[in-house]
Design a protein around this ligand. Structure first.
Ligand SMILES: [Ca+2]
Ligand SMILES: [Ca+2]
Ligand SMILES: [Ca+2]
Ligand SMILES: [Ca+2]
Length: 430
């Protein structure tokens, strides 16, 4: 082992790369220098193009962005073999004062997703990670089937040759797949990751976090969600599959289950106590329930049961392509506060709710949403409301409707690519 470390040390000094075979795309069914632990209960599988269980696992590999590439996958259908699977890096040479950043991509899609943990430890200590402290850990659903998120872990604090280990753990459910791809070791400090209330979500959560005082998690997704006839076609920021949005997947939760996303802290004060919260939402699906925004003191319980929402909208509001802006005044915020966005699951799988482009500014919202009978529906509903005494909501939509042989191609006001109200024949099919 000593001589192997020396080889890596020389290799590292001469090329600037330590741990030969560390960086790996897992293409060509190749683990590079990584190995499967033999003291865990399961071996990860190389996979591509979707997994055996529905409603869990990635649709595409991260390297190629399509079904041709390969990623490493914890298949939850095999969970009877045991919960934990550990992947071990090649030994990395210790170099005094060298910094190391471990970077990888993960997909965690499935209501009952387990956990992903990263360890770094002297190789000579052995590979039983159950006795070690993880440097990074995340659990529960984080993404939809198309999105991958980047994680980085500072593994610099070493005193001898070391191993990086990635542990993927399932729950007792089949909907608990986890996949990783494109692992790299950077000989630099990990880049700063800023926390920001204002977020497009295109590069991740910006410090927004999943509540644990709720029933399930929001998921970051890239395009069309798992189920037809619900969920947005693309994100709001980019209008194509390059951007990400948060959504709740209607396939899995039970009626009235709640998922809550919590913002970074905003500093309210006596001199700055009025704020305008803006976010965009897509609520397309016959059985959509509701979306609420809460403004609550920082540090207070995030159990929202007794709170009054500052904003609520219920039932289907949009078609597949349209996003509507919500403007919410937050007044009398004389101390630190956060915003909680809560989605409530409806009675069927046609209940996806999506949000994107969240911002807050130190002023009351401009009241450009004048209530008006005359409305071209370009900016929303102008105060027109959905009846609750009927069977279905009209939906604002942009461009063509979902069914190719029904509905108008373009709206009447400007003749192209704008919004119109319509009913959807699919909505009446039970
Ligand atoms: Ca194993
Ligand atoms: Ca790959
Ligand atoms: Ca976005
Ligand atoms: Ca949650």
């Amino acid at each position: 082992m000593y001589s192997l470390g020396w080889v890596f040390l020389v290799f590292g000094l001469t090329t600037g790369v330590t741990g030969q075979g560390f960086n790996c795309t897992f293409e060509g069914n190749n683990l590079c220098g990584w190995t499967q632990s033999t003291i865990d209960s399961y071996d990860l599988v190389l996979d591509s193009g979707g997994t055996a269980s529905g409603n869990t696992g990635p649709r595409y590999d991260h390297t190629s962005g399509d079904t041709s590439g390969t990623y490493l996958h914890r298949e939850a259908n095999d969970r009877q073999n045991g919960p934990d699977a550990v992947l071990l890096s090649p030994e990395v040479a210790y170099i005094m004062d060298q910094v190391y950043c471990f970077v990888f991509w993960y997909n965690m899609f499935g209501t009952d997703t387990g956990s992903l943990s990263v360890y770094a430890y002297p190789t000579d200590d052995g590979h039983d990670v159950s006795s070690k402290q993880p440097l990074f850990s995340i659990s529960g659903q984080q993404t939809g089937q198309h999105a991958w998120l980047r994680a980085q872990v500072d593994v610099s604090n070493q005193t001898s040759n070391f191993t990086v280990a990635v542990e993927l753990t399932t729950t007792s459910s089949a909907k608990s797949d986890i996949a990783i791809d494109d692992v790299e070791l950077w000989l630099t400090d990990c880049p700063m990751q800023s926390t920001s209330f204002n977020c497009s979500f295109d590069d991740g959560p910006c410090g927004w976090i999943q509540s644990t005082d709720d029933d399930y998690n929001w998921a970051l997704e890239r395009e069309r969600t798992r189920t037809d006839h619900t969920g947005p076609r693309f994100d709001h920021t980019t209008g194509d599959a390059t951007g990400l949005f948060y959504y709740i997947e209607g396939n899995d939760p039970s009626l009235n289950d709640k998922a809550v996303l919590l913002s970074p802290v905003i500093s309210g004060s006596l001199t700055q106590d009025s704020w305008c919260l803006s976010f965009w939402y897509n609520m397309y699906g016959r059985d959509i329930a509701s979306l609420h925004a809460y403004v609550i003191p920082a540090g207070q319980s995030t159990n929202l049961g007794t709170q009054t929402p500052a904003f609520s909208v219920t039932g289907q509001q949009t078609g597949q392509r349209l996003w509507i802006e919500a403007l919410v005044d937050a007044t009398n915020q004389t101390s630190d506060f956060i915003v909680a966005l809560e989605a409530v699951a409806g009675s069927t799988k046609l209940t996806d709710i999506a949000i994107d482009d969240v911002t807050i500014s130190p002023e009351l919202c401009m009241s450009d949403t004048d209530l008006s009978f005359s409305c071209n529906f370009e900016q929303g509903y102008c105060g027109w409301t959905q009846s609750t005494d009927d069977d279905v909501n009209l939906a604002l939509e942009r461009g063509q409707t979902y069914s190719s042989s029904t509905g108008p191609s373009f709206d009447h006001t400007l003749g192209s690519k704008l919004e119109f109200l319509h009913t959807r024949s699919e909505d009446f099919v039970k």
